[in-house]
Design a protein around this ligand. Structure first.
Ligand SMILES: Cc1ncc(COP(=O)(O)O)c(C=O)c1O
Length: 302
């Protein structure tokens, strides 16, 4: 949610909502949706009303509106991807240049670039494309951050390689630190991909997905690597609540879990958010009305 607020700030989208408003609305949405597992997508956008029917480039007169969608997305890169890995290519499309569209902001416009990368990859028979930055260094997948493993060291491109500051990227960094695996943020050349021992993607949708080939060049032994498997295992244990997270990662949605999480020894799982009274927000702003965007799922699965 902080990245969401940062993205809005970069685009000068001034509003009165506080981070807790978005967090509370998301929790409420998931609770009411009845979904056992889901992806959540908050969207803040420049809307219009009768007083401001403006479609011009100047966005300032347009009122802001927010929707939050939640849907069960399944396995983003295919059912077998998590175990067997995916075949990917380096895209002919570069990632955004920092002074054109900021990759730091998760904005809808960035996804036109992602679509070009993804469509090219799919049409050429790959599951995903890896984009280079404007200098030719590895940036990220169309919707995932990327990690390489060489000689036991895990590497990932720095934010200055036009990457989205991924939540899962951050989780992988913390898991590596917890497991005592050396993790380095460093610029990565395209050629270094081909000779890596292991490569994997990270993302909320992709979770941790091994890469078994790049441009038809086999990575390692063409299977999920040992270090990837180790990180993946811990990631799934934490996200399924079986293992304590290294930080306040989890927010419990159901009351009994929230109560259990608040018991002594339950770690920082609840983050204190569920105890907040509902209704008018602390800032006095109108609470965000959560909406279930059911059609989004069908569209996303096509
Ligand atoms: C371009 C891009 N990079 C990386 C990611 C992964 O970010 P996260 O782990 O926060 O889902 C995403 C996810 O939407 C993305 O769109």
């Amino acid at each position: 949610m902080q990245r969401f607020l940062n993205s809005a700030k970069i685009y000068r989208m001034d509003h009165d909502w506080k981070i807790d408003d978005f967090c509370d609305a998301s929790v409420e949405l998931v609770r009411r949706s009845g979904l056992e597992q889901c992806y959540i997508r908050p969207i803040l956008f420049r809307s219009l009303d009768e007083e401001h029917p403006a479609f011009g480039v100047n966005p300032f007169p347009n009122p802001l509106a927010c929707y939050i969608g939640a849907w069960d997305w399944g396995k983003y890169l295919g059912d077998e991807a998590i175990e067997k890995g995916v075949d990917v290519c380096v895209s002919s499309w570069n990632r955004l240049t920092p002074n054109s569209l900021p990759a730091m902001a998760k904005s809808g416009a960035n996804y036109m670039n992602s679509q070009l990368i993804k469509m090219e990859a799919l049409l050429n028979g790959f599951a995903e494309g890896i984009a280079l930055d404007d200098r030719g260094y590895v940036s990220e997948g169309s919707g995932e951050n990327i990690f390489t493993v060489s000689n036991g060291i895990v590497n990932t491109p720095p934010l200055s390689s036009s990457v989205l500051p991924g939540i899962t990227r951050d989780s992988v960094i913390q898991i590596c630190q917890e497991l005592g695996i050396t993790i380095k943020e460093r610029t990565i050349q395209r050629a270094a991909l081909y000779v890596s021992d292991e490569i994997f993607f990270s993302g909320t949708a992709a979770e941790i997905t091994p890469i078994r080939s790049v441009d038809r060049i086999q990575i390692g032994n063409g299977e999920r690597g040992e270090i990837t498997a180790k990180i993946q295992k811990v990631f799934f244990e934490i996200t399924s609540g079986e293992r304590e997270a290294p930080g306040p990662w989890l927010t419990y949605v159901r009351e009994q879990k929230a109560r259990a999480a608040n018991q002594p020894g339950a770690g920082a799982a609840n983050n204190g958010r569920n105890s907040k009274a509902k209704g008018k927000t602390e800032s006095g702003a109108t609470p965000v009305e959560p909406e279930l965007v059911a059609r989004a799922r069908a569209a996303a699965m096509e």
